[in-house]
Design a protein around this ligand. Structure first.
Ligand code: F6R
Length: 268
């Protein structure tokens, strides 16, 4: 695992978008794992801009989202399918047939989850998985005590996650669906590369626990410590609880991979 600290949210999300763009240029058929949520909105703005201004090509890219609420149709403005169409897919030249999210309306949830796993496998696995981190420490909707070997399945959301996501539902927790389909921790750990983005002081405590604390199913993001190639990108605010920042900054300054990103402080 490595941690990259950027001065602000704009610079952190821009770096993540540039990492994705670099991968996509190197492999146009990239199998890209995607996340939703407020943090990712900025990444999708940057990717849309890279498409518009630099011709970043998504035409051969295939995507798999981490999760979808159960009971919401794709046309529901609160569904993650709707979010993805609005925030990214409708703004770049991706073929919608190559974009995948679990169906929250599937009559047989178990079959839907197995189908999702099969689709990922048939595409050759996820090359690069983008992840946020919830206040409960979740990745995807793998809430506390999710097995670290779990696969795609339906899960009940914690009260903490429901409260976190209530602002997207008119600040009314009662309107937030209680359950979702999510890729499992085991599914996520099989991705070739993971990039986590966390911004804002509200994430500082959970980021520190996930990165520097013990590996525990109580904080499923901590399982990423087991991943062979995981990069955590944070802004200064989200880095506020980390003890090893001096070391992380030293690595960033000295690893050849990050050379092109040094000295870039983002657009805001
Ligand atoms: C969403 C997802 C979640 C979010 C996390 C952070 O697809 O998988 O794990 O990444 O809840 O959400 P925000 O960015 O809204 O704080």
């Amino acid at each position: 695992m490595e941690v990259i600290i950027r001065p602000n949210e704009g610079a952190a999300s821009e770096l993540v978008a540039k990492l994705i763009a670099r991968k996509l240029r190197a492999r146009p058929q990239l199998v890209l794992g995607l996340a939703t949520g407020r943090t990712m909105e900025h990444v999708y703005d940057h990717l849309s801009r890279l498409h518009r201004e630099e011709g970043l090509d998504f035409s051969l890219c295939r995507t798999f989202n981490l999760d979808e609420y159960i009971g919401l149709s794709p046309d529901d403005p609160h569904s993650y399918r709707y979010y993805m169409n609005e925030r990214l897919f409708g703004r770049v030249n991706i073929d919608l047939r190559n974009t995948h999210l679990p169906s929250g309306l599937a009559p047989d949830l178990r079959a839907e989850c197995q189908h999702y796993e099969d689709l990922i496998r048939d595409c050759g696995g996820i090359d690069l998985q983008l992840l946020g981190i919830g206040r409960s420490g979740h990745i995807g909707f793998n809430e506390p005590l999710s097995a670290l070997r779990s696969r795609t399945r339906d899960k009940a959301l914690t009260p903490e996650t429901i409260a976190q996501n209530a602002p997207m539902f008119g600040d009314d927790p009662a309107r937030v669906p209680r359950r979702a389909i999510t890729m499992g921790v085991g599914t996520i750990l099989e991705s070739g590369r993971c990039i986590v983005l966390a911004t804002g002081a509200g994430k500082a405590d959970i980021v520190a626990q996930a990165v520097e604390g013990p590996i525990t199913s109580a904080i499923t993001a901590s399982a990423l410590q087991l991943h062979a190639r995981c990069t955590v990108v944070v802004d200064e605010a989200a880095a506020g609880g980390l003890k090893g920042t001096e070391y992380y900054r030293w690595i960033f300054e000295n690893e050849p991979e990050w050379q092109e990103f040094r000295g870039q402080n983002g657009r805001d």
